[in-house]
Design a binder for this molecule. Structure first.
Ligand code: FES
Length: 977
């Protein structure tokens, strides 16, 4: 029975009818308080936190019916419209909102904290925020924002600015004094702002390199309805997806009649209702890599969580009830969860349907077999004095993007299908969807609003086809949002890898041979199962560029939920094995692990041998390293952690008074890429407005990374203005030019170069117009600076004057330009990471005490955004290394599909973090920039395992390093002294 309640929200009374089951979250969103976000519906993530009578509470766990007479405050009520509360201001200034999806929950929790404790310590802030998950920031800037807000509330005049430290650094300089000076300068901040080092000859810039707040920060800190989950449409139906309870089964019979008869249900779709169009769901460039082993709805299910049927109804509640009325009879088939077993003769054949083709070996479930080799193996193995062979294993990690997959589809007034979706790849979605629903691309518009985190999970067609078909069948707008359970088992994840490395070294420390034999678990469908392992081979085998390298891979189907693209994209997995091996070799040969690596890592000017044979894009591209700060990264990191004083130091290993604890320190290095060489293309369009501002239209997708801000800064740098004068609109297939999307660490490098080119073309038009206005013969002599155009004699016109002259007064024309960019090369960023741990040798519990990450990402366009990427990457990588693993029972059902049992690092778990940028100037990058988004997750796992080895003497070759896994390894080994 519905119930009438009256409650106060943000100081205003509301009366509404609610069902007994209606949550406060749903009630608030029905009243258009869209800052209240749904992350899990189980109380695990905390992002739905609001204040109830002044107390922070999870609105998903409260019944609206119990709120009679209560006073609720949401983020919308924190400050009058047009003003910002100091918490909102601080979140904006320090860069604490990346995707911004968790921001309302963080701010409301912090508000309650500051109300009761105006001067909290770092520990108190972390404790208060511990119940609110963030997947982007590593919590560093969120803690900083709360600290700054406390100061702003005290006395805005006395509040300390939060700024990176910029220092000139020469490659041969002693790094210790530099690090010491940085620490003195940032002594009052915990966590510290980043240290940004520049070589003395780095070319000067005025806008690039500034720690600007993100261009979308204001709307994010105010909780504006900017995400796909906030979109509504008159007459909208709600969709819900029925998923498989079985790991492998045939649908013998499916009866939807009772669901269809339920009042309020408009459509129930099964495989019988749709054409059987085969596709691959990965959002990749045309043509999508094969096999095309999926259809929208199938008569067979291949993992628990696979699609069975989809419903559209008048309300979410009716849609869910309809799902329960669908009667499915399954013929349960034998299943297989282990890729090595799946390759054995007699294993269940997962794709036995005839219309899936292009499989390497159907009977053995091998989707792809890949081989690549350079150099002379006989000569290399003959030269090697010692050969090492080791096997390493990595687990299935899930993205836990806090905004779930969400899509709204509708017909517009021209009978074109509009798809508003939380995606990293709007243009790929349009092209793929066109084939699936049988419409030409010109009748589909894909719009990307703000994206609440993607990390690769939204580089995929996951929900768009379902909603599109429901709109086509019903003629109505349809909204589909995944549940958190579906995010775990019905979206995508990271491929588990089994890696056997074989390396040959000489006694004088040269790595002369390196082989990687990889078995990757492709799960139920082969999306990304060609390119993820190719990147694993390419990136890991490139770092040491041994004279002989060989890569062999089998991608193998299992009946597990499907892996796909995930931040790091194979490299993260491969570096765990590679860098663990390098540490093992150094230890066993008695070599300094830093020197051994330095002796072998790829140098500037070196051709990357395997790059011609292996890659995500077309092969045959020559890759020559043109910039590297890796040596400086390692020297700085070693100085920052006092590596030589601690590593192997028995006294330091001991924790006084705690004989069960051991300290350890470990390290690794890594390299990544910047876009896919020879394949990725991005375009940009720029036009000038009357007031001298500019509209920048890009197809790139800012998924919380700060891409829109970085691209605005690049355009502003060329045009002699600030990013405030650049209005960015991104990711709309009707209104922005093509961009392949946000993945492969390509946005700053590829899209940034397109923006730079378009801005240069606009700048030239401005110079010509200004020269004409001032009677200067040579337009090239005109200089754009501070919103004006200067002639050599010092006279100047403003950009507003130029725009008005061009649009209204003489020889009228629109100043505008477009450009596109494709790169034949993919310059590698580099990283060195150092990790300190304390291991409880009685329980196997690891505490990560400290992480120092030193990065060469080329020129840093925005140090706050880049540091945020690093800090968030560290959090994600620590989870991968330590706590995160999708665990299944013997029937293939994931047993920890909640963000609690599936444990991601929380605010109080995070170690002390320092992020240092060693800037280089990549000649092919926009203003020398390379990428930063993925390199930051590549090296933490091997550094952590190395630190555990330093602490205990035990090597662990499988991650995550859970207490049980560590404890068992310690039990197997000799007792730790
Ligand atoms: Fe916290 Fe994205 S900013 S989840």
């Amino acid at each position: 029975m519905p119930q009438s309640i009256t409650l106060t929200v943000n100081g205003r009374p509301y009366s509404l009818e609610v069902q007994p089951s209606t949550s406060l979250l749903d009630a608030l969103r029905s009243l258009s308080f869209f800052s209240v976000k749904r992350g899990c519906d189980s109380g695990d993530c905390g992002i739905c936190t609001v204040l109830v009578d002044g107390q922070p509470m999870r609105s998903c766990r409260l019944k609206a019916a119990d709120m009679e007479g209560r006073a609720i405050v949401t983020l919308e009520g924190l400050a009058p419209r047009g003003t910002l509360h100091p918490l909102q201001q601080a979140f904006m200034e320090v860069g604490a909102s990346q995707c911004g999806f968790c921001t309302p929950g963080q701010i409301m929790t912090a508000k309650a904290l500051l109300d009761r404790n105006p001067h909290p310590s770092e520990e108190e802030i972390r404790a208060a925020l511990n119940g609110v998950l963030c997947r982007c920031t590593g919590y560093a800037k969120i803690v900083n924002a709360v600290q700054r807000a406390a100061e702003l509330l005290d006395d805005p005049q006395q509040a300390r600015p939060f700024e990176p430290v910029f220092t000139v650094f020469t490659p041969d300089q002693d790094p210790k004094p530099v690090v010491d000076a940085y620490r003195r300068a940032t002594a009052s901040w915990r966590p510290r702002p980043p240290l940004v080092l520049a070589p003395p000859d780095l070319s000067p810039t005025h806008e690039v390199g500034r720690p600007r707040p993100k261009v979308d920060a204001a709307k994010l800190v105010q909780g504006r309805p900017v995400f796909a989950v906030d979109m509504r449409r008159e007459g909208m139906l709600y969709a819900a997806l029925l998923t498989s309870p079985h790991a492998h089964a045939r649908i013998k019979r499916i009866d939807t009649s009772r669901a269809e008869a339920l009042p309020g249900v408009h459509a129930v779709l099964t495989y019988r209702d749709l054409p059987r169009v085969k596709f691959a769901s990965g959002g990749q460039s045309y043509p999508n890599p094969k096999p095309y082993d999926q259809v929208v709805l199938d008569w067979k299910v291949r993992h628990v969580g696979d699609r069975v049927a989809v419903v559209a109804a008048e309300s979410p509640d009716i849609a869910r009830r309809a799902l329960r009325l669908i009667d499915v009879e399954y013929e349960v088939l034998p299943h297989v969860l282990d890729p090595l077993e799946a390759m054995q003769p007699g294993a269940p054949v997962i794709h036995d349907e005839e219309d899936t083709t292009d499989l390497y070996d159907r009977q053995r479930n091998i989707v792809h077999h890949i081989e690549a080799q350079v150099g002379d193996p006989d000569a290399a193995w003959a030269e090697a004095d010692v050969v090492f062979e080791r096997e390493y294993r990595t687990s299935q990690q899930q993205h836990v993007n806090l905004e779930p997959h969400a899509v709204l589809t509708y017909w517009d007034e021209d009978d074109r299908l509009v798809v508003v979706t939380s995606t990293q790849v709007p243009f790929h979605i349009r092209r793929m969807l066109a084939g699936i629903v049988g419409l030409p691309e010109k009748r589909i518009r894909v719009v990307k609003p703000r994206v609440g985190g993607g990390f690769g999970n939204k580089q995929e067609l996951v929900v768009e086809d379902l909603a599109a078909w429901l709109t086509i069948k019903t003629g109505r707008p349809v909204y589909l949002e995944y549940t958190r359970y579906q995010e775990f088992v019905s979206s995508r994840s990271r491929h588990p890898h089994i890696m056997r490395y074989k390396a040959g070294v000489t006694r004088d420390g040269r790595l002369v041979a390196l082989e990687l034999h990889l078995v990757t678990d492709a799960g139920a469908y082969g999306t990304h199962s060609l390119t993820v392992p190719m990147v694993a081979g390419l990136k890991s085998l490139s770092l040491y560029n041994a004279p002989y390298t060989r890569f062999v891979c089998d991608s193998v189907y299992t009946n597990k939920p499907t892996p796909g693209a995930m931040r790091g994209y194979g490299a993260t997995e491969a570096f765990f094995g590679l860098e663990s091996l390098m540490s093992e070799i150094a230890a066993e040969m008695g070599w300094d692990p830093l020197e051994f690596r330095r002796q072998n890592w790829v140098q500037v000017g070196e051709r990357v041998r395997i790059a011609r044979e292996l890659g995500e894009g077309p092969t045959g591209h020559e890759q020559v390293v043109q910039s590297s700060g890796l040596d400086a990264c390692v020297r700085l990191g070693a100085a920052a952690v006092e590596w030589h004083a601690k590593r192997g130091n028995e006294r330091w290993h001991r924790v006084p008074g705690k004989p069960h604890l051991r300290r350890g320190i470990g390290m690794s290095v890594a390299m990544h890429g910047s876009g896919v060489a020879g394949l990725d293309m991005a375009a940009a369009f720029l036009k000038m407005n009357d007031d001298g501002s500019f509209n920048l239209l890009v197809g790139a997708s800012d998924i919380g990374t700060g891409a829109d801000t970085v691209l605005a800064q690049i355009a502003a740098e060329v045009l002699g203005v600030t990013a405030d004068d650049i209005i960015v609109y991104s990711g709309d297939t009707d209104f922005t030019p093509f961009d392949k999307g946000s993945y492969a660490s390509s946005t700053t490098y590829i899209s940034g170069n397109a923006v730079r080119k378009a801005a240069q073309a606009v700048a030239q038009q401005i110079r010509e117009r200004a020269a004409q206005m001032l009677g200067v013969d040579d337009p090239q002599a005109m200089v754009l600076r501070e919103g004006r155009v200067f002639a050599p004699d010092g006279r100047a016109v403003s950009l507003r004057e130029v725009a008005l002259h061009s649009l209204h007064q003489h020889d009228q024309r629109q100043i505008m330009a477009s450009a596109s960019h494709m790169s034949p090369t993919s310059p590698p960023p580099f990283a060195a990471q150092f990790v300190e741990v304390t291991v409880d040798i009685e329980t196997g519990q690891i505490t990560v005490d400290r992480v120092v990450m030193v990065l060469d990402a080329g020129r840093v366009i925005n140090p706050l955004a880049a540091a945020g990427q690093a800090e968030g990457g560290i959090q994600m990588a620590l989870g991968y290394a330590h706590t995160e693993e999708m665990v299944y029972d013997e029937r293939g059902k994931m047993v920890n599909a909640r963000p609690g049992p599936y444990y991601t690092y929380r605010a109080a778990d995070m170690p002390e973090i320092e992020v240092i940028f060693v800037q280089t100037e990549e000649p092919t990058g926009p203003f020398g920039a390379k990428s930063v988004a993925e390199i930051v997750v590549d090296g933490i796992a091997p550094a952590l395992a190395d630190a555990v080895y330093d602490a205990t003497g035990v090597r662990l070759r499988s991650i995550p390093l859970t207490p049980e896994r560590v404890w068992r390894a310690l039990q197997r080994a000799a007792p730790v002294a």
